[in-house]
Design a binder for this molecule. Structure first.
Ligand SMILES: NC(=O)c1ccc[n+]([C@@H]2O[C@H](COP(=O)([O-])OP(=O)(O)OC[C@H]3O[C@@H](n4cnc5c(N)ncnc54)[C@H](OP(=O)(O)O)[C@@H]3O)[C@@H](O)[C@H]2O)c1
Length: 276
């Protein structure tokens, strides 16, 4: 297959390139190769011999999105419409990523693939829009996931990932304050990328999938586990979300329930492997 991966220098994009490169011809494009906020650039660059477009590009900063609605829409939502249209027209498969932020997080049973989206913040709105556009193409895999950890992307603008931030704080401050009242599934990008490849290779029915490691955790539980497994010299203190200086609202219960695919291993097992 000829596969185009967009956002290929991001955290997930890099893991997807690694997963898909064996046995496929992979075009790994970062922002330098194609700025997806420019629809005409996309139309000019994407050729009809591509079989699969995997869009891992995103405006990822949830707090910054509150004051940059248009920029966030330009990267998160509108390209999804262009790519879905293009895939429809040219008979390609489209893989799009979304997140637990499309849900309000008020239901402590979590959210199913078919649950109604109702975001709390700008970022979630842009992702919910992107979902609608993506699903206008009949051959779309829409994959929701949450709290990715793994190696950060390789782009010059890449920011440290969750584990790197915890290690950095432990090293510089020896104390970490971490939110205890928001729950979701920490997910290892490598496990996610592998599951995406399996989904595509198995030609599963198109539609919405929730791909996360098994089990859920608060930010506090995750940070404490990183400190324990990596044997960091730091204390972790649980704090309420309202005590943290964050701009955008977050879902309290961001648990994505997977009813369609075999479950992935637990996040603790994945984290232990990553930290080795
Ligand atoms: N990280 C998470 O916890 C998480 C959770 C749930 C869902 N997701 C979803 O998973 C997907 C991948 O996320 P990620 O964590 O891998 O994000 P990431 O590390 O921030 O990577 C996103 C990539 O998109 C690129 N990009 C931004 N604007 C672009 C543009 N205009 N044109 C082309 N590329 C552009 C970025 O390039 P630059 O570095 O050059 O800006 C970056 O390499 C996203 O859809 C995200 O919403 C992530």
């Amino acid at each position: 297959m000829k596969i185009l991966i967009l956002g290929a220098k991001g955290m997930l994009g890099s893991a997807l390139v690694e997963q898909f490169k064996e046995g496929n011809e992979v075009l790994a494009w970062g922002r330098e190769e194609l700025d997806i906020s420019e629809p005409s650039a996309m139309a000019g660059a994407i050729t009809s011999d591509i079989d699969l477009i995997v869009n891992a590009a995103a405006f990822s900063d949830i707090d910054a999105a509150e004051a940059a609605i248009d920029d966030a829409m330009k990267v998160n939502a509108r390209p999804s419409a262009v790519l879905a249209d293009m895939c429809n027209l040219l008979g390609m498969t489209y893989v799009h990523f979304s997140s637990e932020h499309v849900f309000p997080g008020k239901d402590n049973r979590g959210y199913l693939e078919k649950s109604k989206t109702e975001p709390l913040q700008v970022f979630g709105n842009t992702k919910a829009q992107s979902e609608k556009f993506a699903l206008e193409n009949d051959s779309t895999y829409l994959i929701r996931t949450s709290r990715l950890f793994g190696d950060p992307g390789s782009s010059v603008r890449a920011v440290p990932g969750l584990v790197q931030q915890i290690k950095e704080q432990a090293a510089t401050q020896g104390a970490i304050n971490s939110v205890h009242d928001e729950v979701a599934a920490p997910t290892y990008v490598k496990d996610l990328a592998k599951a995406v490849r399996e989904l595509v290779d198995a030609k599963k029915p198109y539609g919405v999938y929730h791909i996360v490691n098994s089990g859920y955790a608060t930010w506090y539980q995750f940070a404490a586990k990183v400190v324990e497994l990596a044997k960091l010299n730091a204390t972790v203190t649980p704090v309420a979300r309202r005590e943290m200086p964050l701009v955008a609202a977050r879902p309290r219960y961001g648990m994505l329930v997977n009813t369609k695919l075999p479950p992935l291993r637990s996040w603790e097992e994945a984290l232990a492997e990553y930290l080795q």
